[in-house]
Design a protein around this ligand. Structure first.
Ligand SMILES: [Zn+2]
Length: 289
């Protein structure tokens, strides 16, 4: 998969600049053979249901807030953001949104990881981004976009603050600090998308699987994941059989164990050695956040 990206300097305000950047991420080439690509595996629809959120109305202090964007916002702005927020629990496998769904809320994760998944006309699906406590879901209303273009799937048991989109947009306009922190996050997301696109083209399934396991467990703050082969194929962007081979290679090298849908990282240093260079680049992006 190749992304072409051109960055433009905006002279007429922040939102148009971001809109320009997103619009310019246009040309995509999905490879059809070789280790750098291949047939993508359809998402396991049976594993997904509409979420039945476990909801509570939060009254958090800074000590309770783990989302890294919210933690960087002044207390007063955070209070305004969270005044109408719900704290929601998002079990792994739940679906937050489908393409075409209205974006009525932004989600600021406190725990866990969700994945942004794009669907081809063939029905095949591939993950394009993972979002954890460093970020948020539902940025698009800042650019005048009112509907989701991707599926948003909960990858690891998660929780977070669900903030009405109009309040999110209003605080973004009013708070200089919140705007700056959110724009920095958008910049990092753009970099992650570009790296992922190049990685899917240039590196092997084993390297990409190792990179994905490291990034996801880093974001989730845990060393174990429950994930099916079909979901792994979608996350890595390759056929199911190639993911099975890559899993076995990592197991033989002593990096992981894999049993009944659960992957445990045994030796992280070995896994880092099996990952492509993209992991270091992505980890540095997170460290700078
Ligand atoms: Zn890579």
């Amino acid at each position: 998969m190749i992304f072409g990206v051109e960055l433009h300097t905006a002279t007429d305000g922040v939102a148009p600049a971001i809109r320009t950047i997103l619009i310019e991420v246009l040309y995509i080439d999905v490879p059809t053979d070789g280790d750098g690509g291949g047939t993508l595996t359809p998402f396991d629809e049976g594993a997904i249901e509409r979420p039945h959120f476990n909801v509570s109305r939060p009254t958090p202090s800074l000590f309770q807030v783990r989302n890294q964007i919210l933690r960087q916002v002044p207390d007063g702005d955070r209070d305004v953001l969270l005044a109408e927020a719900d704290h929601v629990r998002l079990p792994a496998g739940d679906l937050i949104a489908r393409p075409g769904d209205p974006i009525s809320s932004a989600y600021f994760l406190d725990t866990g990881v969700v994945s942004q998944v794009t669907e081809m006309t063939t029905g095949h699906q591939v993950a394009v981004a993972a979002i954890g406590v460093e970020g948020l879901v539902g940025l698009e209303p800042l650019f005048g976009v009112s509907q989701f273009a991707h599926r948003i799937v909960v990858l690891v048991d998660s929780s977070g603050y669900r903030i009405p989109a109009d309040r999110f947009r209003r605080v973004f306009q009013q708070s200089e600090v919140f705007r700056r922190v959110t724009l920095m996050h958008i910049g990092r997301r753009m970099s992650e998308l570009v790296i992922a696109a190049a990685c899917n083209r240039a590196h092997s399934h084993r390297q990409r699987l190792a990179r994905w396991l490291l990034v996801t467990t880093d974001k989730a703050g845990q060393r174990s994941l429950r994930v099916t082969h079909d979901t792994l194929a979608q996350m890595v962007g390759g056929p199911r059989h190639a993911v099975t081979v890559a899993l076995n290679e990592l197991r033989v090298k002593g990096a992981i164990t894999h049993l009944r849908g659960r992957i445990d990282i045994l030796k992280r240093s070995v896994l880092v050695g099996q990952a492509c260079e993209c992991y270091d680049v992505l980890a540095n992006l997170v460290r700078r956040s």
